[in-house]
Structure formats: structure tokens, C-alpha cells
Design a protein around this ligand. Structure first.
Ligand SMILES: NC(=O)c1ccc[n+]([C@@H]2O[C@H](COP(=O)([O-])OP(=O)(O)OC[C@H]3O[C@@H](n4cnc5c(N)ncnc54)[C@H](OP(=O)(O)O)[C@@H]3O)[C@@H](O)[C@H]2O)c1
Length: 324
């Protein structure tokens, strides 16, 4: 790989992509970093060098071999068609396009061939799918009911900064201007993605559609309630999963333990299960509290937590880049 570009290199996901390209010794000769015109004149650090931030143009993208897009759907929609490089897109712009593979390497890397554009999935879908996929292979998922507890950084670097600023102001007894119609510090709210006419928010729809696409099974029923909580980083999910086939708890735990990128994280004697703080900065999705639902047959309850900026976004994108 000669020249690699990160588009959105100053953002929550893009800055992690740059960090991971260095940490994982990604084979590249030149790194180019792009952001909005507001960031012109600033730099990104990479392998001890200062990489100047550039703005997007057809000419600037002309000599790029591999491009990581992490600047939002509208930027991806506008610039991926203009870019001749192989593109890995962290936005939702092309995820449900049937010609575009939607990849979690541990789950469906076989779908990845020579496609020019590859999509990396929604962060909540990824945290759910890491434990769900090995269980689906064995027992076939019939229906999932999920509730998410999503971190501030899932809405971008500025929203995370807002949580810190508003929390400081709240503790000092001061008011603070909010982008929300209610306080965020010491509060939570149903997800801030756009509300559809059917009452679901887009984040919930993404979880439904992307789960079916990645598992390659359109028959899977899934419903979700997505909630934003005042946690800086790492999304948590409570899942109730009904399977078509009966299962034994030993089989469930064996499948979870053998899934790469997933860690069973619990100490039942201490009532200790994964928290967002445990998952922050970790590559693995952590899971626990596996228990048989007492209310209906063939149904399992579990809890999963993952750093949505790593496995939920940047790490997954870089892993796809490594496969490319
Ligand atoms: N955050 C997550 O946990 C997460 C997880 C999975 C997927 N995603 C997806 O990843 C994408 C990025 O999300 P994020 O959370 O990293 O957002 P973010 O923190 O708001 O960062 C956005 C980045 O895009 C850049 N940008 C904005 N307009 C641009 C333009 N016209 N040309 C070039 N760059 C531009 C920004 O540059 P400036 O700094 O100059 O404004 C910044 O670097 C989104 O599609 C999001 O849905 C996010």
C-alpha cells in the first residue's frame, strides 16, 4: 500500500484511525489527512511527523490508494464517487447498498472480495453482533429485543466535549448552553438520531437492517430502543434473544469464549460485569450476564459493552484495511 488517506482525521473516529494505523504498523508509505476547511493550517501527528490537514478535492484524492472515510454521510456521498482509490466508509451512506459489502472481519470476512467500496457497520450493531453472530451460527436467531446505553462520543468529538463542559458547569451550579432541549449532564434521553414516521429513530433502524445484512439472514426479527447516556465512551447493550433451536448454557459460553474479538467478562461471586469504563480503550467487546430467560423457551439474556470508537468504528475499519 502506498498512499493512505484519512478523511475526517480530526474527528472522534478519524483520530482513532490515525492512531491505529501507527499502533498496528499499517503498511503505508504516505499518510494524507483531510478535514473540513475549518481545520486548514492544523496538523495531525503520525509516526513522529506532523501531517498537514488538507481539504477534499478531486485532485487531492487522485493519488490515493486506500481512503478511510470518517467525516459523515454527506461527505461520503459526495466524495466517494469522486475517489478512484479503494474506500472504507465508516458512515451509513452506502451500508445498505446491495453492491457494497458491510463487513465485521470476525463475522463475515468471506463476503469481502475485490470491491472498491467497503462499509463498516453502525457501532451499536457491531457491539450487539460480536456476541450474537457465534450464537446465530449454532442456534439461529429468531428475534432480538435490544436496549442500548450509548456514549457521548458516539455523536462525535464535539458532543463529547459538550458533555464535559456541561458536567463541569452543572457541578459549579452554572447554566450552560446546550444543543439539546434539556440537560445532558446527569441525564439520559432516547437517541438523538432522526425520528421516523413509524416512531423508531434511525439508529434503531440501522441496528435492524445491518444485523440482517451482516448475518445474511433476512428472517431475523429485531427491535431496539436506543438511549444516549452521559458516559464519555463505550456503548452498552442489553439483549434478549429468542433462538429457533434449543440451547444449553455450556454451549453458549463455549461459543462466546471461542469468538475472536470477544471476551467473556464476569465474576459472578462479586456481581461484577462489564462497564463502559472497562471497555474504554480496549479492542475486544466485553460481554456477560448470560442467563436463560425464564419467561419463554429458547430465549437468552445477555449484556455487551464495546468501545464504539474502536471495534464499533476505527478498529473495524482498520481491520478491513488490513484485509484489503
Ligand atoms: N463516533 C462514533 O462512535 C461512530 C461510530 C461508528 C460510525 N461513526 C460514523 O463515523 C463518521 C464520523 O463520525 P465522528 O463521530 O468521528 O464525527 P466527528 O467527531 O464530528 O468528526 C467529523 C470529522 O469530519 C470532518 N469533516 C467535516 N466536514 C468535512 C468536509 N466537508 N470535508 C472533510 N472533512 C470534514 C471534521 O473535520 P473538522 O474537525 O475540520 O470539522 C472531523 O474531522 C460518521 O459518519 C459517524 O456516523 C461514528
Amino acid at each position: 500500500m502506498k498512499t493512505v488517506a484519512v478523511i475526517g482525521a480530526t474527528g472522534a473516529v478519524g483520530s482513532e484511525i490515525v492512531r491505529l494505523l501507527e499502533k498496528r504498523s499499517f503498511p503505508l508509505r504516505t499518510l494524507r489527512c483531510f478535514a473540513s476547511p475549518n481545520s486548514l493550517g492544523q496538523h495531525v501527528s503520525f509516526r513522529g511527523e506532523k501531517i498537514p490537514l488538507e481539504v477534499l478535492s478531486k485532485e487531492a484524492l487522485a493519488n490515493v490508494d486506500l481512503a478511510f472515510f470518517a467525516a459523515g454521510s454527506s461527505v461520503s456521498r459526495k466524495w466517494i464517487p469522486e475517489c478512484s482509490a479503494r474506500c472504507i466508509d465508516s458512515s451509513s451512506a452506502f451500508r445498505m447498498d446491495e453492491k457494497v459489502p458491510l463487513i465485521i472481519p470476525e463475522i463475515n470476512r468471506a463476503v469481502l472480495q475485490k470491491q472498491r467500496l467497503i462499509a463498516s457497520p453502525n457501532c451499536s450493531a457491531t457491539v450487539l453482533l460480536m456476541p450474537l453472530a457465534p450464537l446465530h451460527r449454532l442456534f439461529q436467531v429468531k428475534r432480538v429485543v435490544a436496549a442500548t446505553y450509548q456514549a457521548a462520543s458516539g455523536a462525535g468529538a464535539r458532543f463529547l466535549q459538550h458533555l464535559y463542559d456541561e458536567t463541569r458547569a452543572h457541578l459549579a451550579g452554572e447554566s450552560f448552553p446546550s444543543p439539546l432541549p434539556f440537560p445532558y449532564a446527569f441525564n439520559l434521553f432516547p437517541h438523538n438520531s432522526p425520528l421516523r414516521a413509524n416512531g423508531y429513530v434511525e439508529e434503531e433502524i440501522k441496528m435492524m437492517e445491518e444485523t440482517r445484512k451482516i448475518l445474511g439472514d433476512l428472517s431475523i426479527a429485531l427491535t431496539a430502543t436506543c438511549v444516549r447516556v452521559p458516559v464519555p465512551r463505550a456503548h452498552s447493550i442489553a439483549a434478549n434473544v429468542e433462538f429457533k433451536k434449543p440451547f444449553q448454557m455450556e454451549e453458549v459460553l463455549a461459543a462466546i469464549r471461542s469468538m475472536p474479538g470477544l471476551q467473556l467478562f464476569e465474576d459472578r461471586s462479586q456481581n461484577r460485569f462489564p462497564t463502559p469504563t472497562d471497555a474504554t480503550g480496549r479492542d475486544e467487546v466485553l460481554c456477560g450476564r448470560f442467563r436463560i430467560d425464564l419467561s419463554q423457551p429458547n430465549t437468552l439474556e445477555f449484556w455487551a459493552v464495546g468501545d464504539q470508537l474502536l471495534k464499533g468504528a476505527a478498529l473495524n475499519a482498520v481491520q478491513i484495511g488490513e484485509l484489503c
